[in-house]
Design a protein around this ligand. Structure first.
Ligand SMILES: Cc1ncc(COP(=O)(O)O)c(C=O)c1O
Length: 347
């Protein structure tokens, strides 16, 4: 893979913004270079200084948990920022295209639209796995990215590993594996494969298992040349200091996160069984994520009945291959009981 051919011409020639702190090396105690407020912040914590643009302390802590070197790690304002930057760095508007595999996470298409990049849709097969022939046919010399979401949102299944490997081995552009829900999956992450595939980008997030959706912190792991391009294109201070501080603190409490993952998976299995026993439920799709896709007799009326009880789920019945389907996030044990009781009442 030639990173120079892959990135947009204007990005190749771009000189990135140089921050005030980029321009000195060594030790200093008086910082009069960035037009900050030298007196402090009207808070207990001080946020008067710009944050580290490359978030090295936070990346170091993430690296200790994930086993991925800092230079192969990019942090974004949610993984949504990484998705957008991949378009901005690698896809020439009105010229390049990307392949997405519906039904899947909606932001790939939205980001493509924002960046004026053609989307080529290759639907998943009825078993929600990859249509490898369809993907091969859709790709041409202007295809820059293929997005594979595994476990997939909204279907919940993991994509067969050997199929992903086939795409990685044959596609000349970047294969973006979105692992937002990987912590709930039986399938192994692809971050251990980074050294094998120069065209692999793995997205993960602090918004799901880590319970930090409000912080907006996402990760992209890839070979050094890809990370270097993302760092060049990103806004200089894309991860604010409060997020860096709080995420560092959260990383010290991984036991709590692992405990919640266990509980969520147990609740998922339990809820799947209970849902399957309801007369209105036609099908419960197996899930590797923290949500379940179900097919019901009448999706809209079930959705509305739950809304009337103050319970919000996601109506996915208009989505490709998901006719009649609802997506339900695994709640607390108490919430799941209330949901089941409400669903029983709708029968
Ligand atoms: C598959 C997938 N990727 C990415 C995201 C967004 O993650 P973040 O909160 O890190 O932007 C979501 C959110 O629902 C998702 O389902």
């Amino acid at each position: 893979m030639d990173i120079n051919k892959l990135q947009r011409e204007n990005i190749k020639n771009l000189r990135p913004y140089s921050t005030a702190r980029d321009e000195y090396k060594g030790q200093a105690s008086i910082f009069l270079d960035a037009n900050e407020n030298s007196y402090g912040s009207p808070l207990e914590e001080n946020y008067n200084r710009y944050p580290d643009p490359l978030q090295l302390d936070l990346k170091d802590a993430i690296s200790k948990i994930k086993g991925v070197p800092i230079e192969n790690t990019f942090l974004g304002n949610g993984s949504d920022e990484a998705i957008d930057l991949l378009f901005r760095a690698f896809c020439e508007p009105k010229q390049d295209n990307v392949v997405i595999l519906p039904p899947t996470y909606g932001m790939y298409e939205v980001s493509a639209g924002i960046n004026n990049v053609e989307i080529r849709k290759v639907n998943l097969l009825p078993n929600f796995q990859l249509d490898l022939d369809g993907i091969a046919e859709a790709v041409d010399e202007n295809t820059k990215l293929i997005f594979i979401c595994s476990p997939n949102n909204p279907t919940g299944n993991s994509i067969v590993r050997t199929d992903i490997e086939t795409v990685l081995a044959n596609f000349k552009g970047l294969v973006v594996i979105d692992e937002a829900y990987i912590n709930y999956a039986k399938q192994r992450t692809f971050i251990k494969e980074l050294t094998e595939y120069p065209n692999l980008v793995v997205l993960q997030t602090f918004s799901k298992a880590w319970g930090l959706a409000a912080l907006r912190l996402g990760m992209a792991f890839a070979a050094r040349p890809v990370i270097d391009v993302l760092n060049k294109v990103k806004p200089p201070y894309n991860i604010n200091q409060a997020t860096q501080d709080i995420a560092l603190k959260a990383l010290q409490n991984i036991e709590q996160v692992n405990e919640w993952i266990k509980i969520t998976v147990a609740e998922r299995e339990n809820l799947s069984k209970e849902l399957a026993a309801l007369a209105i439920v036609k099908k419960v799709y197996p899930s590797d994520a923290n949500f379940i896709l179900i097919e019901v007799e009448n999706a809209l009326s079930t959705y509305n009945a739950l809304v009337a009880e103050g319970i919000i789920i996601r109506d996915r019945s208009k989505v490709t291959l998901c006719e009649g389907c609802l997506r339900i996030t695994i709640g607390t044990q108490e919430e799941n009981k209330t949901l089941l009781a409400a669903l029983k009442n709708t029968q």
